[in-house]
Structures are given as structure tokens and as C-alpha cells.
Design a protein around this ligand. Structure first.
Ligand SMILES: [Zn+2]
Length: 447
């Protein structure tokens, strides 16, 4: 016992210098021991000094096998790891040592209520602790003598292409979310479509939406893991709305620039975005399909977007800040100059983006301010105007300059990608046809 203690003290002195992360850099390869829960022959360097007593004890242990018990525990609000594990012979000192051991990655104080902790007990004492650190990453802390060793394992994942589709019933965001499209993918879709679609006036109940995206999925799920998949990127989004059909495909050109393109290879970006704020936050007040020009009239020279106060407002196009301040009945307003005689105005803002100054240049999509209810405004909304040569024009009917098209060689590459997605959509549609009577949602909405 005394000997063991002195070993522990000696180890304490060098503590912390062997704590290099055992992280592998290849995403799809897991270290071999990833899923293996401690096996007797892997137990690390337990010091036996060859005394007869010890080896007999070891043999007995081998034969009887220590009483192993794996518990899945959930951290409650205000509870520390030490509290949670105190009934399993886990002392404050253990907690302190574990804190040191995991310090290369995190701190135990960062564990929040709801975090799942796997504790492996041997004869009632915690020998190993595991918890999810990030998607497909698990921190594992093992007791070795009086000491704790931590390592980070990357779990094996596969990249999957997923297709989900539905029709709009309440709003683009809500309905996509309902069938399990991850928020990040919905947002990427809305940003891509915002160039072409006014999300408040040009999205109708019954419109079809299609998503093709890639996600990383765990090969094997485990009890402690809350996240079993992670979205990577949107590859295709379609919004089929009456006569207007938008099918957009992600493509990275020779220069390494990634953007969305129409099937004919033209860039699916507009000079001025049609929805200059986060479309996810718009409550669609579905317009009637035959009266698409809701909002803009000779009397009302702009269009209004109703969304929560504080919704970020984006520069509809790249340009220069002409005005940023109080504008009488417009309240807080921003005016941008986009060249070629075009200007845009954003009124009734709650406030401006921190760095915004008159004279500075902004890029399309940059946040310039936040939606509010200032000036002569009866309810929170963004009032948006587009001017051409000093006259207000209807943003919904604004003719967009022709966009650049992919070169022939790039178009061939792009077409091959489009064909792959089309094949996927067709095969999924064929599968759907077999499930008659079922809803249009596909795949599992398991996250
Ligand atoms: Zn207005």
C-alpha cells in the first residue's frame, strides 16, 4: 500500500505532461479501441510486484472477473460530476484529478444539465468515465492506480446524402423542420433562395420543397451520445411554386468559389436579394397566387416584411452606405447605393449594425441593422424600397441583369453533378410510389 502511494506521488509530479490528445485527424477512421469497453487484457500497467499473494489475487480476479457494472447517468441542474459520482467512491480528489486530465479539451464545469455520463464501476468504484464531447467525439477518463488518464476518441462516421421533401402548409421553415431537415440546412436553403424569392409574398401553401444535403452519421450509436448526425452542406434545394420553379444546385467553380446555380448553369444570385432579412423568421402571410403584388402600390412605394423585432436586416446588394440614421417618418433608416442608378432603403429599424458608417462599403448579405418599429410605423416591420434613377420601383418585378454562366468545361462537370442528384431524386420518388398512402416525408427524422 505504501509503495503504491509513493508511485502515485511520483506520477503526480509528472502529471499533465503526457496529456497529448489521442485525436486522429482522419474523420472517417476511428481508433481501434473506440467502441471497446475496457477489457481485462487492455487494463493499463497495473503494477504487480510478483508477490505470491498478488499473483494469486490476480488469478482469482481473472477467474471470477471483477463485478463490472456500467451505469448511464444524467447530470441534473446544479449538479457537479463529483456530486453525481459520489456514491461510487469518487472523491473530491478524484474529481480534481479528472479535471486536470481533461483540461486539454474542456473543464468539468462546462458539463451542463442533461449531459449523459457513462460510469464503469468495478466492485462499486468508478474506474472509467465517458461522455460526449462534441459530435462523434467522446472523452474517456480511466482510473490507473491513484491516477486518471484522459483520452479523446473519434467515433466512426459515414457521409450520407439525404433527400427530404414536403409541401408547405404553414411556412418554409416550419414545414421543413417538421420533416427533420436540420436548421442549418434550412437556413442555407433560405439564403440561396432569398436572392430569387420574396419569402413573405411569393411562397404559397401547397408549394413543394425538396432538399438534398449531406450529413455525417455515426456508424454505431451509443447510450451516451445525444447527437447521432451532423449536417454538412446543402447540395440542392427546389421550391416549386405555381409557375415559378426554382431548382438550385451547389457547385464549386475552378477558382474555388462555391455558389448555387440554376440547371442551365447560370449563377442563381441576384443583383438585389428579394428577401433582405432572415426569411426563416418571416411568418408567411400567404398572398393569393393571382395577386402577387401585395404591398407595393403608387401610394406605398415599398414592400413590408413582418418579422420579430431584432431580426437582422441584410444589405440586398453590395454597395456603399449613403445614409444611416434618423429619417423622420422612416425612423431609423439605412440607404445603400448600388451603382448603375440603384439605391435601396430600409426603414423603421430598431438599430444599426455596430460598425455601420456612412461612406463604408457593404457586401450583399452583410447585416446592416435590426428590424424594429421606429418612426411612423404602426407595427414592427421592415419597410423596404428600391429606387432606380431616383424613382421608387417595385422590387418584386425588378428585372435582374443577366448573370454569368459557367464555361463549357465547367458546365459539363456541373451537369454531371446535377444528373447525380436527379438520379437520386428519381429513385427516391420510385421508392415513394411503393409506399402508397404514406406522407411525403422520407428518411428518419430521428434527431
Ligand atoms: Zn411600408
Amino acid at each position: 500500500m505504501i509503495k503504491k502511494l509513493s508511485i502515485a506521488i511520483a506520477m503526480m509530479a509528472t502529471f499533465g505532461c503526457s496529456k497529448q490528445p489521442e485525436q486522429t485527424h482522419s474523420v472517417n477512421k476511428a481508433p481501434e479501441n473506440t467502441f471497446v469497453s475496457a477489457q481485462p487484457d487492455q487494463a493499463q500497467a497495473v503494477v504487480h510486484n510478483g508477490s505470491a499473494e498478488d499473483s494469486v489475487a490476480a488469478q482469482i480476479t481473472q477467474e471470477l472477473k471483477p463485478v463490472q457494472d456500467i451505469r448511464l447517468l444524467e447530470l441534473k441542474s446544479g449538479e457537479s460530476l463529483a456530486n453525481l459520482l459520489s456514491r461510487f467512491a469518487f472523491s473530491d480528489r478524484d474529481s480534481w484529478l479528472v479535471e486536470q486530465a481533461v483540461s486539454a479539451w474542456t473543464s468539468l464545469t462546462k458539463l451542463k444539465a442533461g449531459q449523459l455520463i457513462e460510469a464503469e464501476l468495478v466492485d462499486g468504484q468508478v474506474q472509467q468515465i465517458r461522455f460526449e464531447y462534441a459530435f462523434a467525439q467522446v472523452i474517456e477518463i480511466k482510473r490507473v492506480d491513484e491516477h486518471w488518464h484522459a483520452s479523446l476518441s473519434e467515433l466512426e462516421t459515414v457521409t450520407q446524402t439525404k433527400r427530404l421533401s414536403t409541401s408547405i402548409d404553414s411556412s418554409f421553415f416550419v414545414d421543413a423542420s417538421k420533416i427533420g431537415v436540420p436548421n442549418d440546412i434550412i437556413n442555407q436553403s433560405i439564403v440561396a433562395l432569398s436572392h430569387l424569392v420574396d419569402f413573405q409574398r411569393e411562397v404559397y401553401a401547397g408549394d413543394q420543397i425538396d432538399f438534398v444535403f449531406q450529413e455525417q452519421q455515426l456508424v454505431a450509436a451509443e447510450g451516451i451520445l445525444k447527437q447521432i448526425s451532423k449536417p454538412i452542406e446543402l447540395q440542392h434545394v427546389a421550391l416549386l411554386s405555381g409557375k415559378e420553379k426554382y431548382r438550385l444546385y451547389r457547385f464549386t467553380d475552378n477558382g474555388g468559389t462555391t455558389a448555387f446555380y440554376h440547371p442551365d448553369g447560370t449563377l442563381a444570385q441576384s443583383f438585389l436579394m428579394k428577401t433582405p432579412l432572415n426569411g426563416a423568421r418571416l411568418s408567411s402571410n400567404f398572398g393569393k397566387r393571382h395577386h402577387p403584388v401585395l404591398g407595393y402600390t403608387r401610394m406605398h412605394k415599398g414592400i413590408d416584411f413582418g418579422a420579430p423585432v431584432g431580426t437582422p436586416i441584410m444589405a440586398a446588394g453590395s454597395g456603399k452606405v449613403l445614409k444611416a440614421g434618423w429619417g423622420g417618418s422612416f425612423g431609423n433608416r439605412v440607404v445603400l447605393d448600388h451603382g448603375k442608378g440603384y439605391q435601396t432603403l430600409y426603414a423603421h429599424l430598431n438599430g444599426f449594425a455596430n460598425s455601420l458608417e456612412v461612406g463604408m462599403r457593404v457586401k450583399q448579405g452583410d447585416v446592416i441593422g435590426y428590424l424594429g418599429n421606429t418612426g411612423l410605423s404602426q407595427a414592427r416591420h421592415l419597410h423596404y424600397e428600391v429606387h432606380k434613377d431616383g424613382k421608387a420601383i417595385n422590387p418584386l418585378t425588378l428585372k435582374q441583369p443577366k448573370n454569368t454562366k459557367l464555361s463549357d468545361t465547367q458546365f459539363d462537370e456541373f451537369s454531371a453533378q446535377v444528373a447525380q442528384i436527379t438520379t437520386l431524386l428519381d429513385s427516391e420518388n420510385a421508392k415513394l410510389a411503393h409506399h402508397d398512402g404514406q406522407s411525403g416525408s422520407m428518411g428518419s427524422a430521428d434527431d
